[in-house]
Design a protein around this ligand. Sequence first.
Ligand code: ADE
Ligand code: ZN
Length: 339
Amino acid sequence: MSHFDRAAFIAGLPKAELHLHLEGSLEPELMFELAQRNQIDIPFKSVEEVRAAYRFSNLQDFLDIYYQGAGVLITEQDFYDLTMAYLTKVAADACRHVEVFFDPQTHTDRGIDIGIVISGISRALADGQAHLGISSKLILCFLRHLDEEAAFATLTAAEPYLDKIFGVGLDSSEVGHPPSKFARVFEAARAKGLHLFAHAGEEGPPAYVWEALDLLKIDRIDHGNRALEDDALVARIAQDGLTLTVCPLSNLSLCVVKDLKAHPLRTMLEKGLKATINSDDPAYFGGYLNTNWLAIAEALDLKKDELVTLAQNSFSGSYLTAAEKQAHARAITDWAARF
Ligand code: ADE
Ligand code: ZN
């Protein structure tokens, strides 16, 4: 019997990433470079010191340091460099398509024009398609710890650039900031033709996932781990065929799971949920897409057919066209046939 080389299989397996915060791909090295370029003080003396600060006991611990790190991003070129660095990394992970988040309020609250942010990011995404063969969609996230009025102001500010924005999402501190707080702004975004996403059930209870489905009417659930606590909710998600963008190393870093062996990814698949593997904030959580794939595959001893399902889910849960999805599905099947 031939040995199945899981690492080699994952390395070349065509895949998409559907849950990635561009600001969460800011590596300490680039943080230092940008701090110098923009003459901004950061409270760290070395890259090692930055990495040592990346020990979190919950989501808020992480968010505090993540928003601080984003403070070095000032110019259009900074946003380009950030985005291009990410795309270059995932190109090496056989990633063919990305649907990425950005947090405009983190920047506009520091006086950066939203047009600068969107221009730098979308210029890099266009180059990523041209030079790396990675297709992409861009999702504007509202920070849920801020109020509804601020979210509406952000949507208005983004109006001139909506040709570059595919959808809106909801992120930041979950507990205490239920989806219901943003029902009206999501309705306004839907009326503008935007697709709707939301982080739900990462730290928040199943009730927040219900709200994201029923009040925000989202198209895909980011994380969704705690949905498993509610059988009726699981049945609803399965019935609606909604994709979950699951982030194993993020869940480990933020203590959503105690250890990867206790991660619910396989349970999600067994319950008929369309789970996918994603990196969330790879510069902060210990690795990019394939590092997440390999870590969870080893922890749960995922088999070849499960890995194929997860790769297929990453494209079927994307917003590529049916023809594009079919081409990627065939590429996965072709790759799998070689093992
Ligand atoms: N912003 C960046 N990463 C996030 C996460 N995992 N949850 C909520 N907000 C975030
Ligand atoms: Zn996230």
